[in-house]
Write a new protein. Structure first.
Lengths: 508, 121, 158
């Protein structure tokens, strides 16, 4: 029985939070929602850990699971490989830690009567994110993308009790996010026209004869495939908030409840980046996307602009939550730059930064959530002189900030090291320069906050205590993990290199 | 001219999608924006349905006789799901707009911007 | 519209037929055209009609909120439950052969029937919830008595 369930892990990981989310919404008793959510996310974390082990020990380093036992091109297949399993592990780990943190924070920011809906949506969001990561079906990816997005819009809108702008941010996010998903859907239609399949590996296989025909007199479906890829690329860029399409992100992060901001910042955009990587490397193939269409040039331009503009906008913010949101746009730029390079170091940097940034930014948003919990605001003036009042929270925030800059002995340094060496390996010296400029700008915006925290003076003293331990422990755990992976990067580098090799191997 | 006539189904879908896209971008009333989003999604639905049509094919229900050509039923099944997703999106969107209207007293983006600007945030 | 005898009669006569037609659609769901999505929407449409004529409050008296909430989650749970059942019986998720291991091909319609009923219940309940969310508190007739509702109608005409 247990052996059988172990083979069912790919489906169980997605189905468990879905079922539990329904049960939470069904029971409707307000106090019990968090306990179910906590148990579910912890269980899912254990399952993803087991799945990653299984995948890494498996001979081909990938496991395929057939939904309803329908054979591959006809049914929906879930596919776990080193990359998807490690991204799932990140999502599940972040979800578990943030859920543990979220109990008091959410109770203080969301009305009591809506708590059971909140936890139900929270679990649906996690369902969608995990599903996007593991699914091997292009259309199923769209559906799961919408499951996670729809619950996210509602979660963002629930921040309206604190600030009514949450509503306008949510509707803005909804319009742009749905647009992105629609573009992706049109892209899937084009590829379906060309190949007649929806299974991602199967499409990739059927695209090969199409590519081969392009040099000859009778090119097959040339415009169809190009249009399909273009649509998918635009749609997913909207979802992952790559620079010119990032408009929804700052406000959605700023006005959402603290725990939701942390979950979004550490998982949602990461999963978007993962889906984009999948489309480029597994679906259409790097030879087509980068070799023929030169999308890598466009991606590098966008990510370079994201790094510079995101950091520059971050410098100008007075609301620290918004500052972190703009910083996230810059960090997404680093991730996109890594896979645009399409060499081993670049890919490693991309995957490793996915992990490191999830930990760092998640921890920083959690630290801000504690400020919100105690002070009711996250403007720069609220943080003035907090270094003495909430020493542990502020130490965590500062350590996370150092990680954003990329100071040695933080995890940010490891990812930037790989990124710069990837740039140099690919001969992209100008992009290496952009990364360094981005780090300098990060130094400025982090220093502004740190200076306020430790040297700022308040006009009148406020009575603030350190945040409760249930909130402190998860924050310190995340920041501690990000520091640990900065000192000892062997685990993350091992996983990231396995994933990079897998993707580049699949691309060949 | 053949280019237009041969691909008339695509032109129709593109037209519907562009009407929706224009509405989402140009209208300032949030309800209209959401309706435009629905139009855009409808364009995609029609697009999928039209690519599933096989020339001379009948409905994909088992018919008597051999060598019967069937249309591709898969896009229809996909669009059933997409319709549900679209309805869910509309419902969430309208619920948020109702909330906005109750909070701000207006569902027009420009008015909301003006209100927020007055508060100075 | 509550006072209009034609509307009242039309709804009273049509509602049962719509529900029966929905059931007809539902029972064709597993192997032919039709199914849970369509039938759920048709049943919901029947009750929308009722709500439009008799008012949202009256509709919520007939189909209370707790009932639609229960069905919305319960329907999906029925769907997922069939999948989990086959998973715990030693098959893949949603492999309906688990329903009747002796005859896997014959089991498919039975599994699909359960799934379709789950879909139908959920679609009906969610449609009702959407209608309730949008009409609750926005329709003046819901908050006023019939007579004052007639007054505003006069006021609008004048």
């Amino acid at each position: 029985m247990l052996e059988h369930l172990r083979t069912q892990l790919p489906a169980l990981i997605v189905v468990t939070p879905l079922t539990m989310g329904l049960i939470v919404a069904l029971i409707g008793r307000r106090q019990i929602g968090w306990y179910i959510a906590m148990a579910t996310t912890a269980g899912v974390f254990a399952m993803t850990l087991q799945l990653l082990m299984d995948v890494l020990n498996h001979g081909e380093r990938s496991l395929t699971y057939l939904m309803g036992n329908w054979p591959v091109p006809y049914g929906i297949a879930y596919k776990a490989d080193p990359l998807s399993a490690s991204v799932m592990l990140i999502v599940a780990a972040m979800a578990a830690v943030i859920t543990f943190y979220a109990r008091r924070s959410v109770a203080s920011e969301v009305p009591v009567g809506k708590l059971h809906y909140f936890w139900g949506l929270w679990l649906f969001c996690i369902t969608g994110l995990l599903g996007i990561t593991i699914t091997g079906d292009a259309f199923n990816l769209y559906v799961l993308l919408e499951i996670s997005s729809l619950s996210t819009y509602t979660l963002v809108a629930l921040g309206k009790e604190r600030n009514r702008r949450a509503l306008t941010s949510a509707i803005n996010y909804l319009l742009l996010g749905t647009m992105g998903a629609c573009f992706y859907l049109v892209g899937v239609a084009y590829l379906y026209m060309a190949t007649g399949s929806l299974n991602i590996p199967d499409i990739a296989e059927r695209l090969q004869p199409i590519y081969a025909s392009w040099g000859t007199d009778a090119p097959l479906y040339q415009k169809t495939v190009i249009a399909g890829f273009a649509m998918m690329a635009v749609g997913l860029s909207l979802k992952l908030a790559l620079f010119p399409l990032h408009g929804w992100l700052p406000n959605a992060y700023t006005y959402a409840p603290s725990a939701v901001s942390a979950l979004l910042a550490s998982t949602a955009t990461k999963v978007g980046a993962y889906a984009f990587m999948r489309v480029i490397f597994t679906l259409v193939g790097v030879g087509f996307a980068f070799g023929r269409l030169h999308t890598d040039i466009a991606l590098m331009a966008c990510s370079g602009a994201a790094i510079i503009v995101g950091s520059w906008m971050a410098i100008r913010q007075v609301n620290v939550k918004k500052l972190l949101a703009y910083s996230s746009i810059a960090q997404i730029g680093y991730i996109a730059l890594g896979f645009a390079l399409a060499n081993r170091d670049g890919m490693t940097a991309s995957v490793i930064h996915l992990i490191n940034h999830a930990l760092t930014k998640g921890g920083m948003f959690l630290a801000l959530g504690m400020v919100m919990y105690r002070l009711g605001g996250t403007r720069l003036s609220d943080l003035r002189g907090l270094g003495r009042k909430m020493p542990l929270t502020m130490a965590a925030f500062t350590a996370g900030g150092l990680g954003l800059i990329g100071v040695p002995l933080t995890s940010g340094f490891v990812s930037k090291w790989y990124l710069v060496s990837g740039c140099l390996e690919g001969g992209r010296y100008e992009m290496a320069a952009v990364v360094l400029v981005g780090s300098l700008l990060a130094l400025i915006y982090v220093w502004r906050v740190v200076e306020t925290i430790y040297f700022g003076k308040r006009d009148e003293e406020v009575q603030v205590r350190e945040a409760p331990w249930t909130m402190l422990v998860p924050t310190l755990l995340l920041i501690g993990a990000s520091l640990y992976f900065g000192i000892n990067a062997s685990h993350t580098a091992y996983i990231a290199q396995a994933a990079a090799d897998y993707l580049l191997g699949a691309a060949r | 001219m053949d280019f237009i006539l041969d691909y008339y189904n695509y032109w129709a879908c593109i037209l519907i999608m562009l009407i929706g896209l224009y509405g989402v971008m140009a209208k300032s009333n949030l309800v209209k924006k959401i309706l435009a989003l629905g139009i855009f999604q409808t364009g995609i639905l029609v697009f999928y349905i039209s690519i599933g049509k096989v020339e001379g094919g009948t409905g994909p229900v088992r018919a008597a006789g051999e060598n019967v050509v069937y249309s591709n039923p898969l896009p229809h099944a996909l669009m059933l799901t997409a319709i549900v997703v679209g309805v869910a999106t509309m419902a969430v969107g309208l619920a948020i707009v109702i909330n906005i209207r109750q909070t701000y007293g207006t569902a027009d983006e420009l008015d909301i911007e003006a209100i927020e600007h007055e508060r100075g945030d | 519209m509550k006072e209009n005898p034609i509307m009242r009669l039309a709804v009273r006569w049509n509602l049962p037929f719509m529900v029966v037609f929905a059931l007809y659609t539902q029972t064709h769901g597993e192997l032919g055209p039709g199914g849970g999505f369509q039938s759920g929407v048709i049943v919901a449409a029947a009750f929308f009609l009722y709500g439009l004529v008799f008012g949202g409050a009256e509709m919520r008296r007939v189909v209370p909120r707790w009932f639609t909430d229960l069905l919305a989650a319960g329907g999906v749970l029925l769907y997922v439950g069939t999948g989990l059942y086959s998973m715990f019986m030693g098959y893949e998720f949603l492999d309906h052969a688990a329903v009747m291991p002796s005859n896997p091909g014959g089991a498919e319609p039975w599994g699909m029937t359960l799934v379709e009923y789950g879909v139908g219940l959920t679609v009906f309940a969610v449609m009702m919830t959407i209608f309730n969310e949008i009409t609750e508190g926005t329709n003046p007739e819901d908050n006023q008595t019939g007579e004052s509702g007639a007054d505003t109608e006069f006021g609008a005409r004048a």
